[in-house]
Design a protein around this ligand. Structure first.
Ligand code: ZN
Length: 72
């Protein structure tokens, strides 16, 4: 028996997981890292781009992209 909820999550992951760096447009599937996690009811993706070094969070159902700028 297939867990429908799990299948839906996997499908949502494929649909919503960011594929490209919002800064340089490079693919995140190769040198980059995309990690899915939950915060409260929001599903977020923590992303790191190996091309330009950008790191940040992408929230498909929320405000979108939040960059993690280094402290000045
Ligand atoms: Zn990049």
């Amino acid at each position: 028996m297939v867990d429908r909820r799990f299948a839906a999550d996997a499908e949502a992951h494929r649909r919503d997981a960011p594929r490209f760096c919002p800064r340089c447009g490079g693919g995140l599937g190769g040198a980059g890292i995309v990690t899915e996690f939950w915060e409260a009811d929001d599903r977020r993706f923590y992303c790191w781009c190996g091309g330009c070094g950008w790191a940040g969070e992408v929230t498909p159902s929320g405000p979108g992209v939040v960059g993690h700028e280094p402290e000045h």
